[in-house]
Ligand binder design. Sequence first.
Ligand code: NAP
Ligand code: MG
Length: 397
Amino acid sequence: MDKIRMNPIAELDGDEMTRILWKQIKEIVLEPFVDLNTEYYDLSLVHRDETDDQVTLEAARAIKRLKVGVKCATITPNAGRMTEYNLKKMYKSPNGTLRAYLDGTVFRTPIIARGLKPYIPGWTSPITVARHAYGDVYKAVELATKGQGKAEIVFTAPDGSQTRETIFDFQTDGIIQGMHNRVDSIESFARSCCSFALSVKQNLWFSAKDTISKTYDETFRAVFQRIFDNEYKAAFEKAGITYFYTLIDDAVARAVKSHGGFVWAMKNYDGDVLSDMISAAFGSLAMMSSVLVSPDGCFEYEAAHGTVTRHYYRYLKGEKTSTNPMATLFAWTGALNKRGEMDGNKPLCDFAKRLEKAALSTIEEGLMTGDLAQLYEGDARIVDSETFLKAIADKLK
Ligand code: NAP
Ligand code: MG
């Protein structure tokens, strides 16, 4: 059989158990079928340390140039990792670096297999959470105040003129928080969400609290609506999908009663909280895929979970672990499919879809990794990661 050919994508390797899965996925289900063409960047913590983290920046540039990247989970160093890896310094999160460089929005979508029951049984289609990953409380300044005093917001223009608002006249001890967002960032967010909804042909929701926050959240609502009306309305009509704004509390109630199958755009804090609720409700972090979409149309695919450290330490002791490769596998199929779409490479798109189908039907027939067994409605046969991948490859052949 001739292997499928492709244009290059950026490949970002990572750490620990997911690095092991990465190699197995390539060897078992990709390389036998596709003439894999990647620009390889080793983002393992050891290599980030050797290159003073320059490799992360080079990888970000490669994604910008090639438009498509696929990333393995990586360690974000903390004090413990400093000693474990004898690091020169405490490097920033690679995902933070990539996100800042690509100015992207992160979309998280659960992978749904028949037989795996979500905790909300009505959710038969995936709900994708799009989280605005800039500003708000994550870039806020805060003060704890003592005793009597007046708290104000002051804006000083370059000519020295000032606009001020009283926050509160304190008679007792208190706390104050000042947060911001940028209109250009909200515009990018709205564009990424609209493009993503079009690419998956699903309705787009956006929710905030503009009835209470009449300037801050109202700006979010208005900017989103303006970008949609001016730039996407016609394309949405053509694709047969809709854009819908509602209050966040109304959206939460509607979501629970829905069947899923939509993209839900949220402000930073709402997205932080609700994406964890939604991934837990769909069953497993190991079945959650993630893609960073930049407003200029770059796509970086990855799993939503981390490097699965606890399994890695068992692997190092010689154990064959039953770590779920699905989210990492779907990062690869997402990237290959997107490469195919951009280049009109139909065989590549078809392969990505067949691989996803083979992986899902393997689970649906009862063969899976340990984390899924408790969600499965029948008798599950639990296998190690390698056996699971080989079963998928057999189906593909
Ligand atoms: P984690 O790697 O997501 O794992 C947490 C736990 O979730 C695991 O111990 C495992 O539970 C379960 N799990 C996650 N993925 C699984 C899979 N594919 N198959 C089976 N079980 C899975 O989170 P963490 O332990 O908090 O973080 C480990 C490292 O990952 C940290 O160094 C962190 O910095 C990094 N991280 C990276 C990213 C990223 O690159 N995107 C994201 C998050 C964290 P059991 O042990 O109970 O089986
Ligand atoms: Mg969170």
